[in-house]
Design a protein around this ligand. Structure first.
Ligand SMILES: Nc1ncnc2c1ncn2[C@@H]1O[C@H](COP(=O)(O)OP(=O)(O)OP(=O)(O)O)[C@@H](O)[C@H]1O
Ligand SMILES: [Mg+2]
Length: 354
């Protein structure tokens, strides 16, 4: 439905968006995820029509949007700051775009009522924005943006200003709203947890480029490079070199450690440099079973995280690994200096060359 073909954008000599190609399907909840300054907002502004691409094309249903002004695109934007009209009530704020679209008054009134119900703000129709909480204001902004049923809703960190509990509550409401209205959402965040929780697919950005686009589970299980592995969840990365292939697995050499095998993927050559990527929750601190990948080390420290515990373990070559174990509270705590054996299923390791 929405297609970006080789889109780049420069501000003077800052290349904010670099050759982004992407297709977003109708009804999809698509998230752009990346650190501050990677070009997320710029990409949204290009889709909304507030900026023109320096290169490339943006198509909606196969039609080029070049030259179509923002107000003529079937696209609405919700920003981080609420941007409500302070002198209008909640109901008047939501009715504003309907008035612009010249919807008959009776129809508009009905729509405002529906929108208030959709964001669960019945009863607050006559309040002014100043008399609302942050979460309520952001719900009004959402109701207003959805009032005249855009094809695409762009959301730029809409929950960033809210506290954790409220953010989680609104995340659930966003999912419910998006699924029930079937409107395409393009959501921007630098919070990886939020991206994984909300989205059908996530595009990870770094330095203006789109480095990986995948479903959340895929992104977590099969990060394409170090940047993605590090940015999505916690990941151990150990410098390694491909030293051979055995039984269809790659054997990695890591200085000072016994060989480690990982699943073979792609066309990797012996001698290639990269990293062994290993999630902390895939490592066990018990004695290894036959046929498993195994290393030994010394416990350095322990962090109780609530549902889990995180141990830092120093390997015999001085490299450190994070190991996440279930429970923690009430479990035996391994004291610093305790020798341990680490093991993980071979399939859990990955070799990344970038
Ligand atoms: N109007 C502007 N003029 C010049 N440079 C700009 C302008 N707007 C953004 N930039 C630069 O373009 C790059 C991308 O900015 P952008 O706002 O798209 O990042 P972002 O991913 O949204 O970051 P954040 O998470 O902090 O909001 C940054 O290097 C930024 O400094
Ligand atoms: Mg931004």
């Amino acid at each position: 439905m929405l297609e970006l073909r080789g889109v780049s954008h420069r501000y003077g000599n800052v290349l904010a968006v670099d050759q982004v190609s992407l297709t977003v399907a109708s009804g999809e909840f698509f998230t752009l995820l990346g650190p501050s300054g990677c070009g997320k907002t710029t990409l949204l502004r290009l889709i909304a029509g507030f900026e023109q691409p320096s290169e490339g094309r943006i198509l909606l249903d196969g039609k080029d949007l070049a030259g179509v002004p923002p107000e003529r695109r079937p696209v609405h934007t919700v920003f981080q700051s609420y941007a409500l009209f302070p002198h209008l009530t909640v109901a008047e704020n939501i009715a504003f775009p309907l008035r612009m679209a010249r919807l008959p008054a009776a129809r508009s009134k009905e729509r405002v009522r529906e929108q208030l119900a959709a964001v669960r703000l019945e009863g607050l129709a006559e309040r002014y924005p100043a008399a609302l909480s942050g979460g309520q204001r952001q719900r009004v902004a959402l109701a207003r943006a959805l009032a005249n049923r855009p094809r695409i809703l762009l959301l730029d960190e809409p929950l960033a200003a809210l506290d954790l509990k409220l953010r989680e509550q609104l995340q659930l409401e966003l999912i419910r709203l998006q699924r029930s209205l079937g409107i395409t959402f393009i959501y921007v965040t630098h919070d990886q947890g939020e991206a994984l929780a909300l989205s059908h697919r996530v595009g990870v950005m770094c330095g203006g480029r789109l480095v990986q686009v995948d479903r959340p589970a895929e992104l977590y299980a099969r990060p394409r490079n170090r940047f993605v592995a590090n940015f999505i969840g916690r990941c151990n990365l150990l410098e390694a070199r491909v030293s051979g292939r055995v039984n269809g697995h790659l054997v990695l050499g890591i200085p000072g450690l016994p060989p480690v095998s990982v699943p073979a993927e792609g066309n990797l050559e012996v001698g290639e440099l990269g990293v062994l990527a290993l999630r902390p929750e895939h490592i066990r601190l018990q004695p290894a079973r036959a046929g498993e990948q195994e290393l030994s080390g010394l416990i350095q420290g322990h962090l109780f995280l609530g549902a889990t515990s995180l141990y830092q373990v120093e390997l015999v070559n001085g490299m450190r690994l994070d190991v996440q174990v279930a429970g923690g509270h009430g479990e035996v705590v391994l004291e610093p200096g305790t020798p341990v054996r680490l093991s993980w299923p071979l399939q859990a390791g990955r070799f990344l060359r970038e």
